[in-house]
Design a protein. Sequence first.
Length: 292
Amino acid sequence: MLPTTLRIGLQTSCSSPFRIARRWPVSVVRLPTRTLYAQPFTKLKYPQSPRRFQAGPTRLHALFQRTFSTSFRRHASPTAIRRLQYALNRVPSNHLIYWIIGINVVVLGAWQWGDRLLRYERDPKLLKWMYQNFTSSWRNLLEGRIWVELTSIFSHQDLMHAAFNLFTLYFMGPIVVRMLGPARFLVVYIGGGLMASFGSLLYRINDSQYQALGASGALYSAISFLACAAPRMTFMLYGIVPVPAWLAVSGIFAYDAFSTLRKSGGQTDTVAHCIGLASGAAFYLAARGGRF
């Protein structure tokens, strides 16, 4: 079951011997500073079947019933995309989040093992392979490894970096999945991550040494969608000051945009943060317009 309180913290920077730009999201941890607390916006009721979700009679649920919930069977077709959508929508929301977390943990383990091999056995092969296949960079794209824009979304080199992102996904992800369904959640999550990766690369088109990894572009997309859908959802800033979700997300966007303009983000990929937030809002508008 979802906790009664979602603890969301913001971490903006972290040191790294490899100097890779990290995409840090709003994260679910207990921090003494830069911490947001969010109250749930609706009661969630779990029926016996994990494949269906019911919510209490709130305005938000009524909005999503009118706007987003359409019968898939009415539009079913024998195409591969429809079959994939139907298969994904049969997956329980928590299971989808667990799968995403599991993929991230496996990739994190590969990074840690490669670092260990280099440090103790002077063997750089695995670490080199990880850089070539799990970091977003112009070098990888120009050498034909276009899949790195997708794989970098599931890639974390540092344990703390992964902990912040995956805790955020664990607590915030199921709410958005139950709003949209697994298939459309993946569109928001992966789509936002891809736009953040490509947009950050274009912003640094003259920086051949730029490398980035992390899930925060994708996570910010999902969080931004949630804030657009429930703008009055309460965030308790520093555990004291109540802030509406729209104001909290707007503040994060303004902070990252200011850091980008001042070039004071350090190793944090603030460009990817901004693009991820904008992507989530764009997905929400597309969903309201019936195009998603």
